[in-house]
Design a protein around this ligand. Structure first.
Ligand code: NAD
Ligand code: ZN
Length: 245
């Protein structure tokens, strides 16, 4: 019987909502080099370019809607605690806001958020929906020229690691959805959860790079596998082993 559940989501859960995954051929990511737009050195080299890159992505979220996978996780988060002695925590590598649009609660954005901005001077971060630039003034300390996207870039420390480790050490079911398993430390969560006794299941189109850390996987579109899994889990308390055809 399961109690606490931790769900790790990656770019694949948002793909069917029209947000390209990291290594697709159509995404914004493919028009720029990762070193230029997703490292601190790249930001220092050309701040305007990096602000513009994330502005474009932030604006593109306006018409994006959560899909059946995001909505199923919200349902699980709401309904699971009613019948089980445990809670459902969502940890996401995504910087989009689709879990929030699906009305999930307390989503842990370990890689930051497009809808937030960070001041390098006073270290405040706050909700932000507009376009940032090298001239943006900090709402907290009023200084100009110190704002950066609130995104954890390659080489930077992800947010909330202590909290996530705590959650992983106390969960009995770990679900990883739409993540390739190549970006650490998130790629190591399954191994850690399993070492703590959790059942670990991955949801992906294909086996991820860390498939051996999982008890089994459900392969297919997240918008189909996740709702079917959640349905079964809420009805029976047990984890579905085969994707429904
Ligand atoms: P990734 O792009 O490396 O991998 C995506 C994974 O999702 C792949 O394994 C792919 O097989 C799978 N996938 C694609 N479509 C799917 C579907 N419909 N159903 C189920 N699985 C599907 O993503 P990642 O592992 O999250 O790592 C990439 C990094 O880039 C993350 O750190 C993230 O911050 C960032 N990123 C975020 C977004 C976003 O916020 N939506 C988008 C692109 C990249
Ligand atoms: Zn400030």
């Amino acid at each position: 019987m399961f109690d606490n559940i931790v769900i790790l989501t990656g770019a694949g859960i948002s793909a069917e909502s029209g947000i390209p995954v990291f290594r697709s051929e159509t995404g914004l990511w493919e028009q720029e080099r990762v070193e230029d737009v997703a490292t601190y050195d790249g930001f220092v080299r050309d701040k305007k370019k990096v602000h513009d890159f994330y502005n474009k992505m932030r604006l593109s979220l306006a018409d994006k809607q959560p899909n059946a996978a995001h909505l199923a996780l919200t349902r699980l988060q709401k309904e699971w605690p009613k019948t089980h002695a445990g809670k459902v925590s969502i940890v996401t590598q995504n910087i989009d806001n689709l879990h929030e649009k699906a009305l999930s609660e307390q989503v842990i954005h370990m890689h930051g958020e497009l809808m937030s901005i960070l001041c390098e001077k006073c270290h405040a971060s706050y909700a932000f929906a507009g376009e940032s630039s090298v001239d943006t003034v900090c709402e907290n300390c009023n200084s100009r020229g110190h704002m950066r996207p609130d995104i954890v870039w390659f080489g930077e420390m992800p947010y909330f690691m202590d909290e996530i480790e705590q959650l992983l050490s106390k969960c009995s079911l770990f679900m990883s959805i739409g993540t390739s398993g190549v970006v650490y430390p998130a790629a190591g969560f399954s191994q850690y959860a399993r070492s703590q006794g959790a059942t670990c299941i991955e949801f992906n189109l294909e086996q991820s790079a860390v498939v051996s850390n999982f008890d089994w996987g459900l392969y297919g579109k997240a918008s189909e596998t996740v709702p079917a899994f959640v349905d079964h889990l809420l009805k029976t308390g047990e984890a579905l082993k085969e994707p429904k055809s």
